[in-house]
Design a protein around this ligand. Structure first.
Ligand code: ADP
Length: 378
């Protein structure tokens, strides 16, 4: 019988596991939040991932459980583990990716370089941190943020007053995370795959560009990266994957400072937008690798197949008509581009697809990927 992987969450990351699953002969099942989601093609169940019974029933028909996002509550994860499910990554590792305060504390324990930070429970504490860090800081809600939601640059504690009010209204109480505003030279991402039996493989280091807190582009390998930087990022990725016991894909989002240091921003324990380039620019794409890793199968080669790969997100999509109407023109104008669409309704700023281009000239691949992605925008 085919190996069966169950994915909780029906978004584009689950969707992009479908093709490699078919190729590997792995049976992919998806527990989607609602009908008609990006991964609807493989959605064998629709239900609420907060509900223990729903998730347990889904897990009993598969060999391994993995995820499209990190929002499955800890009590559901531990219930799965107690029920004997192979949860990959497991609840202990996911706890670090689910809460930015837990992440900061754990990275500090591991002596991993990161921005200066503090946990603050009221405006006075926040203001003190801002004053001690040049009058500016980045405030983050520890849980539930994505794509820059829950991240705010502030110059005064009053600018986070609504978040403190929400904390006070929450019976569980809690704290906000505050970080120094890092004057980074650029952002980088290190992808690492790790399987339960311990094998790890690192991908080429990628450079990412965020606009308004949302990933817009990625280039691999990161242009101009020194051997020392590449090694430091790879070592850091493996250290984190091993120390936290991550299984599957791990993305380590990094800031590169002007003086060549790297600081950990955040972690994602699943295929990540910063690794999409690998679908068409590496021997083993991150979605195939994630399946191999969570199934504890031998990992594939992570080497780049071309000197350069560029990934450009399609953010928003056409305001008139459908994405489908643009595919023909995009293909006709850009035969070298690999177009990935997510089957999602276009909305301003929404990730509805991306384009990968790999080749031997950096400027060409970036230009081509941007041009092909722009065909889908107005
Ligand atoms: P999310 O969980 O929404 O992805 P992140 O914590 O990754 O949020 O922050 C989103 C973006 O905000 C980052 O990619 C970076 O561009 C910027 N950012 C976050 N933290 C800092 C910081 N301490 N200093 C400077 N910029 C930051």
């Amino acid at each position: 019988m085919a190996l069966r992987v169950g994915v909780i969450g029906g978004g584009q990351l689950a969707r992009m596991m479908i093709a490699p699953a078919v190729e590997l002969g792995v049976e992919l099942r998806v527990l989607a939040e609602e009908p008609g989601m990006a991964a609807a093609l493989a959605a064998t169940a629709v239900g609420d991932y907060h509900d223990v019974d729903t998730v347990l029933a889904f897990a009993r028909d598969v060999d391994v459980i993995t995820f499209d996002h990190e929002h499955v509550p800890q009590h559901v994860l531990t219930a799965l583990e107690q029920d004997g499910a192979a949860v990959r990554p497991g609840s202990a590792a996911l706890a670090v990716a689910q809460d930015k305060l837990v992440l900061r504390a754990r990275m500090a324990e591991l002596r991993v370089p990161q921005p200066e930070w503090a946990a603050v429970s009221d405006a006075t504490e926040l203001q003190r941190f801002i004053d001690e860090h040049g009058g500016r800081a980045v405030v983050k809600t520890p849980r539930g943020g994505y794509d820059g939601k829950g991240v705010r640059v502030v110059t005064a504690a009053t600018e986070a007053a609504d978040w403190f009010t929400a904390l006070n209204e929450d019976a569980r109480g809690g704290m906000l995370l505050v970080e120094e505003l890092v004057q980074f030279r650029r952002e980088l991402a290190q992808q690492v795959a790790r399987r339960p039996s311990g094998e790890t493989r690192v991908y080429p280091l990628a450079e990412t560009v965020q606009r308004g807190g949302v990933c817009a582009e990625a280039i691999a390998p990161a242009p101009g990266a020194t051997e020392q930087l590449v090694r430091a990022a790879a070592d850091l990725g493996v250290l984190i994957a091993e120390a936290l016991g991550v299984t599957g894909m791990l993305a380590v989002e990094l800031f590169e400072t002007g003086d060549g240091r790297i600081l950990v921003n955040e972690l994602a324990m699943r295929p990540h937008n910063s690794g999409h380039w690998s679908q068409d620019g590496a021997v083993t794409g991150q979605f195939e690798q994630h399946l191999r890793a969570v199934l504890d199968l031998p990992l594939g080669d992570t080497a780049a197949t071309q000197p350069w790969a560029a990934m450009v997100n399609i953010l928003g999509g056409p305001t008139e008509g459908s994405m489908d109407a643009r595919i023909g023109p995009a293909m006709a104008g850009h035969p070298h581009a690999k177009i990935h669409t997510y089957g999602k309704a276009p909305r301003p700023g929404r990730k509805v697809g991306h384009v990968n281009v790999a080749g031997d000239d950096l400027d060409d691949v970036v230009y081509e990927a941007r041009a092909a992605a722009s065909v889908f925008l107005d």
